[in-house]
Design a protein around this ligand. Sequence first.
Ligand code: SF4
Length: 667
Amino acid sequence: DVCPVGALEERQNRHSGPGEHLVRTVCNYCPVGCQLILEVRRGRVLRVGPDYEAPANRGQYCVRGRFGVSDFVHNPLRLRTPMVRKNGTLTPATWAEALGAAAEALKNTPPEQVAFLASSRLTSEELYALQKVAREGVGTPNLGWDLPDWSALEPLHTALGKVGPTATIADIEKARTYLVVGADPWETVPVVGMKVVQYTRTPAITLPPASDYFNYLPGRALLPGRERGSLILVNPRPTHLNRFADAWVKVRPGTDAWLIAGLIKVILEEGLADPEFINRETVGFDEFEAALRDLDLGRVSRITGVGRDELVRVARLFARNRPALIMVGGGIVRQGRPAVAALVALALVTGNVGRPGAGILPLYGTANSQGALDAGAVAGLGPGQVHLDETPDLDNVKTCYLVGDSFDLEGPAGLRLRRLLEGCETVIVQGAYASPLLDFATIVLPGATFAEKDGTVTSLERRIQRVRAAVRPPGEARPDLAILAEIGRSLGVDISPRPAEVFAELAERVPGFAGLDYEELEFEGPVVNPLPEAFKWPDLRLAEAEPVPDGLVTVYPGRSFYRYDLTTFPAMLKTLTTVGRDRVLEVGPELAARLGLADGGAVRIVGDGWDLVSRVRVSAELAGDAAFWDFEYVGPPGGNGRERVPDPYAPNPVFGPVKVRLEPVSG
Ligand code: SF4
């Protein structure tokens, strides 16, 4: 598609000629679930195109899916053989030796001292197998890493009977209002971000300079036959969608639950609720309303930094223009359950659930976060999202089994993971790449990338789609399910190495999945979003949503368009790291003036037991005492070599905001 006659070629594929066959699979970066067509020749992925018929992306994809696959699969850092540490050195071993050593360590460690850390980029079958090994084979509840944070998402489960969306990507076309909270869909889930832009832009909009990639967006004009929708953004920081927004609510960091509760209060006071929906389809409204009765809008304004008039304007904009779609990002989930509960209540009070164009769309962090929830690979949540009374404890881990390639030793969660691994006697690393994690590994089990395995993943709209092997793993590397099946067998747990059989087992345990057949997922995977007979009002528990105390600066780690997970995926994906912006700490002008930080200057970020130096960008529109920092951070110019950031304030180690002190650096 660069040039229809092939006179112009992508540099990556120069003179490579055509592929021998095509394989349809699902992109493994973000949770949109774009179906990709991999062009393969002689065991190599040559190039990648979008599937024009695929329901989630309809021929669209982003730079990550397009240029981030071939480098990723055929990377010189791929692990090719099992290894076992002997006399301090990782030494090639047979599969039998490495698997035997791993099983022995798991058997001989007290269950409460074993942890399983997994990437939610694994397939649902692998995640299901992993939780079986952990719970049935070892008997530990210690599951973690970039898996969704169940405790924050619990209000969705209470109200909707599941943690998951109540809308699809296609609902973007039918919505009249878009409320985007704590998210930057343009950066994190670009195909969804593009779709929102298509339905909220005005034809008269001023286009940015030609160098801006936005100019290459297909469908510049508003789609015909449609009025533009209203776009409301709630975020302390401006995002790419700001230029299309009808309202940007610059909420004080950490106070979203109060803000949303304030909007609900206005909606109820002004008679903008949907009483028919509330009476017909919900239970527990009286208690909810009573709990909100004493909420003072003046107090909401003081806490959130959003004026009363703005609260009223936004509440009217949202409630009067239905159907409305609520997109919830990691910025909300990391604030804990009150913010999620408030958003669920906002959807219920306006009847924006279970109707075309209405609902809640969680913008998860990784490709198979929804699959991890459904497979039960989350502490506190078993297969089928059955709530389990279990409490993970990662403070005294002696044997740690890490599966997948999302482990970041240098980013926001790096120090915590390093400390955990330093305290271990056995570290089992099952992954596709040689990474700094190998410094800690006692046993290495080489796994496969998504282009080398079969299985399913579940996208943010809860669409179950097939992942297909296009090429073979290098050397002796194996698909991760096959490895987990072997480990399970050693521990007396029956796990099939065949994805179809594991999917059948999983489908029996997940409500709504029953009757789904692996083979029938061949082309258009179904969306599985059953709704309960009645929606239950969540308990807001606003007192738990205490705002960030004055005087502290909250750094929000986030993702960027080009560098999505490139510190955890191999950072040397040349095709993606040749583009993109510099790593900077963005601060607002008030904070910059108060602390003496200059635009373009350097700042020392001091946390609890760590510090680093970064360049500063003063962003005129950043609100309050918040700072934003791209967590795909691999060390800024002038960095001091200790670029590790723990996030002791967040239950989920990857996405939490960090409270820090900022000091200007002279010279
Ligand atoms: S939008 Fe997400 S799923 Fe689609 S190509 Fe980009 S990274 Fe992959």
